[in-house]
Design a protein. Sequence first.
Lengths: 346, 346
Amino acid sequence: MATMHDVARLAQVSVSTVSYVLTGTRPISQATRNKVLAAMAQLDYQPNAMARGLASRRSRILGLLMPMDERGLGATETAFVTGAAAAASVAGYHLVLSPVGGGNLDDLRRLASQRMLDGVVLMEVQLADERVTVLQEAGVPLVLIGRTGDTSTLSYVDIDFDQTVRDAVAHLVGLGHRRIVYVNHSAATLASGYGPALRTRDAFTASMTGHGLEPVMIAAEDSAAGGRAALAAAFAQAPELTAVLAMNETAIFGILGELTGRGLSVPDDVSVVSMVTSPQVAELATPALTAMTSPGSALGRIAIEALTRHLDGPADLRHQQLLPCALEIRGSTAAPRSRQPMGADQ
Amino acid sequence: MATMHDVARLAQVSVSTVSYVLTGTRPISQATRNKVLAAMAQLDYQPNAMARGLASRRSRILGLLMPMDERGLGATETAFVTGAAAAASVAGYHLVLSPVGGGNLDDLRRLASQRMLDGVVLMEVQLADERVTVLQEAGVPLVLIGRTGDTSTLSYVDIDFDQTVRDAVAHLVGLGHRRIVYVNHSAATLASGYGPALRTRDAFTASMTGHGLEPVMIAAEDSAAGGRAALAAAFAQAPELTAVLAMNETAIFGILGELTGRGLSVPDDVSVVSMVTSPQVAELATPALTAMTSPGSALGRIAIEALTRHLDGPADLRHQQLLPCALEIRGSTAAPRSRQPMGADQ
DNA sequence: GAACTTCGTCGAAGCGTTTCGACGAAGCGG
DNA sequence: CCGCTTCGTCGAAACGCTTCGACGAAGTTC
């Protein structure tokens, strides 16, 4: 391993000159710069990340903290990651993913206080998220993907759930549906303060009420069985339902299975819209799902850009931004069969 | 941020003594140790990772290199990751995931030569994988999850595809199936030298031939549409098929949809077995899929253990190990309907 | 052309650890 | 009780880089 010393000797300049060539913090004449670059190439020199980090007190490493639960990363989360990695690379940072789950807060504290991360992007943020506190105490700059309850002081990027739900409901209502059931995440998830579940619940209520319709929400476990149970519950609460809006990407497969099992056809008997879903998953189902497509890679990119701007720039500005999901119509929605659009009060 | 200096001063010992307390490389009396620990607690001291890395020439960071393509991480890959992270934590290492895709080999080279990673676990290894060369040139110890073509010199953990396919085929043959079609990954994937696809192909041929049956393999694109096309191709090549064995986790949903679309019931008309699948995904389908469950977290754990043993231990031993997937019978397999088990030649 | 800047380079002082050699104090066999 | 190890501690030298102050040389300003 060649060091800066070796490069300096070969190029017949001082060590500091080599450093300035590398970092560009002071002007260097073209002639010397070339000499140095040639020496670096000849020695196949690579700066030592540790030494650089120690001396400059910045690691040029950004962390993406993603709790990994059993059910894996959806294509949505993957898109976050790839978007973020690309943006980090552009800004001259490395991005590392840390699978620190909810449990090991100590692990996170250690990571944060060891000054190994210049900044952090938090995924899957809870309304009351202890990780935020830990990182703030450790003085690590952070950007959220998602939002805590109190959004006033932090930088975040999040999905505009309000707008997304409104668009989804509007699509169904526009087709003539009146009895629409919303299948959310589980009651436990709601109780734990999971933002997306809460926000979509409220948005759904508001949106349906705005159309003069009655909002019916079912909480479903994140599993196919949970989806089946949810559909049964839905029919119990709203026997005449003609459309299902589902936030729960896992349960939706159970919903589809149960619908088929009951001899009901999608979309002719019941329309189905999947929320915050990637095209890949939407295409898995038969028929392919009409879905609200999440702006995955854009979220990741914007989060990293906000973070690097904060780190490199002088200003310590907050960045807060919401992005809606885009409606992509596939085969799972249509006008309700029996009842034609009964142009009620619009 | 408190430094070792501060701790040393407060505890009234020398800096080196504090270091020895921390690293345990030299004996320290209980009395001094306690003084030092008290001082560290009082100052909320955390060692600086960069300084430590520079001085000791080891970062205590392990990399898990996972190419992230669009379709996301399955539960299987996620299990790798969680298993690996847990094992790393036990061994006193941090695990970071690096989403270095196939394209950015330079990125990998930089990461490797910057001495930021003590060792690396490679996921999704190709038969001829350039990343291996890059890392070996950079002198970074590595362990593969998967195998390259020439397995003689490297450490690896992999699924025992041979055994797994044999078990899956045996299950179907035991139920009375004779016409079994194997749905593999795409032709392009096969051509690119993706080990699992190639190995299962060969194992399937061997296994079927061993039972005196004719092996029929179809290559399917990784999508629901690919699965549908594959099923059509399968019926064209083997009209009397009664069972499908599928390696392609994505295509299998298309296969199921197409089967239902043709008015065929699973498992009564056609049995379906999914290879290298997590329970979570198997349960998504209706009916739930009989599947070969991958030993995900064990693979991750074993890989990290092999790596840390190599790093910490003196011996530089190779670790090579194969783990089979376990057959989990769910609702998608049964004896073939029309043809009763025709006890041919066994 | 004297008094200032700006440019390009150098030497040296850190950054916060680990680790090596040294050394007094015990413990021990003969 | 004399040399020997072993134990517990210290001081100082790395580790490979960044960054600060300094300083000639050259360019500007009046």
